[in-house]
Write a protein that binds this ligand. Sequence first.
Ligand code: OVM
Length: 401
Amino acid sequence: MNQTATVDHFPVLDLDPFSTEFLQDPYPFHEQLREAGPVVWLSKYRVWAMARYEQVHATLKDWETYCSSAGGGLANFNKEEPWRPPSIILEADPPLHNRTRSVLQRILTRTAIEKLRAGFELEAEKLVESVLARGHIDGVMDLAEVFPLRVFPDAVGLTKEGRENLLPYANMTFNAFGPRNELFEAAFAEAETVSSWIMEQCKRESLTADGLGAQVFAAADAGEVTEKEAGMLVRSLLTAGLDTTVHGITSALYSFACFPQQWQKLREQPKMLRPAFEEVVRFQSPVQTFFRTTTREVQVGETLLQKDQKVLLFLAAANRDPRKWDNPDTFDITRRAIGHVGFGAGIHVCVGQMVARLEAESVLTALLRKVDRLELVGEPQRRLNNTLRGLSSLPLLLHKA
Ligand code: OVM
């Protein structure tokens, strides 16, 4: 045989990244994955995994070798039936991806989104005023979930009825990137009702004339996408646009409650808000993982990956890789967090990140003005999800400034 001997050697781990134990406290497992090598075989799911920054980043950038059209989750769409028609942006490669991406990109640029700022800030002021009057609040149920639900569905242009389906749908989708475990099954309990409501809202006639949804349909009028594709892109907005920002805001509240000196620092220098939220995203990684699929044989370090293999990318582990970051486990709003992969990287990098930042900045600005300290007054409860890391409860006492 003429094969390089090293090519057959690779670390094998039998851990389950979608188990309760892992999801409750992923950090020791992330370290184990990073230390095992640049690429690791996960025997339980028969997939490759990368947890070091260098490989995660390089893989996200190399869409030709590591495609998205076979699915962003564990399921390989070349072999398995997807649970819903694949997303035409997340689960698509160029050239289709470029065409759909350019539509959402234009609608979601910083300047386009700037029109929403005044309304978002006003809602944040009102919401913070009302929670502050109560003192004791739940950071998740009273703030992180409430704020995005107040601003985002209106921004898209949804009808008022049935909005309670939005978070359950996102919960389904993000759990569905993992295996068919108990989390998956629980999320899909009301799948039929929830999915059919969502699909109904994606139609042109369901949307107001002035929202982000209508702007997607304007791209259909301009011939950039078909009517059906426009509906699918609205579905992407509804899937990826709400639960992610709930988790982003939760992450911010949790980080600042745990590290009050960082909150003080931000209050002294509110101009640090933007980099501070980047550090929140790096430190907490609300979106923990995504998959890619190899389109060809590819060598990673000393390991040869075959074609059509799933690769699990630990964004969260890359964001705390000591090879890349100084004191990675320290939450420090003054660090240069740019380059983190919490929003992904490369052609699929989060297209809604400006909306996410705007929402987080609106809430945090209102809090900075009025709240001297976010005191953690009880045990935060984890909300487990196969992809997202967040909380179901965050007991806080807000101290007035
Ligand atoms: C989509 C989609 C769904 C989930 C996540 C995502 C983070 C996109 O439907 O396009 O990006």
